[in-house]
Design a protein around this ligand. Sequence first.
Ligand SMILES: Cc1cc2nc3c(=O)[nH]c(=O)nc-3n(C[C@H](O)[C@H](O)[C@H](O)COP(=O)(O)OP(=O)(O)OC[C@H]3O[C@@H](n4cnc5c(N)ncnc54)[C@H](O)[C@@H]3O)c2cc1C
Length: 569
Amino acid sequence: MIERAQALHALSENEFDVVVVGGGITGAGVALDAATRGFSVALLERADFAAGTSSRSSKLVHGGLRYLQNFDLGLVREALLERQLMVALAPHLVHPLPLVVPAFDGARPDRLMGVGLNLYDVMSVDRDRLRAGRSVIGRGKRARASSDRSNDRSNGEEGNRPTQPEEGESWSPERHRVISGEEVIELLPALTAREPTSGYLFYDCQTDDVRLVLTVLGEAERFGTVCANRVDALRLLEHDGRASGVRALDGESGDEFDVHAANVVNATGIWADRLIDASELPRIRPSRGTHIILRHEDLPLLGGAIVPAGDGRTIFALPWLGRTLVGTTDRDYEGELDHVRPSTDDVDYLLAATNAFFGTALATRDLAGAYAGVRPLISSGDPKKSVDISRKAELYEASSGMLTITGGKLTTWRRMAKLTVDRLVERDSRDAPCHTHEIPLGQAIAAEDLPRVEGVPAESYEALAGRYGYAAHDVLALAAERGELAQPIVAGLPDLLAEVALAARREQARSIGDVLLRRTRLGLLAAHELPVERVAGVLARELDWDAGRTAREIERFAAEASAEGIGSE
Ligand SMILES: Cc1cc2nc3c(=O)[nH]c(=O)nc-3n(C[C@H](O)[C@H](O)[C@H](O)COP(=O)(O)OP(=O)(O)OC[C@H]3O[C@@H](n4cnc5c(N)ncnc54)[C@H](O)[C@@H]3O)c2cc1C
């Protein structure tokens, strides 16, 4: 990413075809799609890239088994196809994840779940790709397109870990099947004491949501997009009643300036109804979701578990970045949107469901971290519970011509972007088809192909390759040049101090929170162990902070962490 100062200069000096407001996954996707169709694009993010909902998801790239209950078949099908595409485009960042629905005391796994999983299997198959002969393998075998095989039997002949596709092949999940109690324990060691007797095994995919956003933005920039964070779009500029750009505020200097563009896209998620006359949009109905994070030793999982949580609801318990992630809740929310805290009730609810299912006695003091986010659901005016509101994306065109794209899911970002840019293309009468289905996201690399650097812990290479792909070379070059940056930020976790410096140099990180909450995820994974002063020291050198500024930044992080409920019990 170019330096922020350079980006600001370009924003005020140029006229663009499109200005995208919002640097979450939706805005990043729109920027990439538009840039790859030949538009000149600017993207403005008021806070930090992915600071909104896109850093607060369950980190699943999935069809959403749960939405089958609401008969949202179109959404599930679309998301399942996107899931498969994401593994092909960003194999280092989007990984297949085995998920288990365990059964106990010799009971048959739930029949209704089996029906849902059958449907999930059928809908995951991309017939076009199969026909083109491109869709291959789950666990070293050709994908089965037919659905004539009974899955309610364990064949027991293969392990349960999905293999990564070989070069030139794309991942396609195995059909779900029933596995034995021993296999359930192999994937979910935390259930050992409960002696599961069988379970359903199926696959979805997992990512780091922020890194997905940053990677998509990186690609958008490669195609010419100018991106800047800490730039607030204050209001629309209009010419003859048509949107012609936005008045922007540089959140660091306090200066205002105009960004001129022929088209404006509002991709501000839960803030979407603030940039536009509210009468031109349906109301956003915010729904809060909380997650808790536990140490692997306290709840060891190698695959994900579907955990009952009362009232027919289920939550996920998932392995993520060496810890265990449990969530989510889903409740209407009316509080402050800029900083969302996990509520005590939500944390208690998640702990109670976890303890009841795994037979543990985990308490708030055992949390490694917790976070909450708000879904940008679109209110249809009826009193449905938020859990039942569709996750479908919607595109609105205001009388000024401004397009607003909202709703949707992390998984379906590419489709949302396509919907938006198709409309821009149509309005301009251009002949510019979408290309994002064939543009690799980042450059995947195997950890063993990275050069070894003295002082870098062995487990860091895998983590670096997963986070940056080929760009992990740059982190390691920095660690080799300045030995003190080869050390982990938090002892026992793979993130390196070199990443702090790189985040400031290459990813527009401007604050301690940018580094601890988003460029790395340590604020979530190790909330009570954050070496804030050490991180501030590395940033100070990169961003020319003097002692006074460094002290103010440390205070600012303490306030941000407190507002987000990071590290509190
Ligand atoms: C608890 C929870 C769990 C979820 N789990 C999953 C999951 O596992 N899988 C999945 O597919 N989806 C999941 N989702 C949904 C998914 O996270 C969201 O649909 C997606 O992240 C929304 O992205 P967005 O870009 O539209 O919004 P955001 O990420 O919120 O981006 C909007 C951005 O606009 C910026 N902005 C606002 N106003 C302005 C302005 N005036 N000027 C400039 N910038 C502005 C904000 O700062 C923000 O960064 C989950 C959501 C929640 C809440």
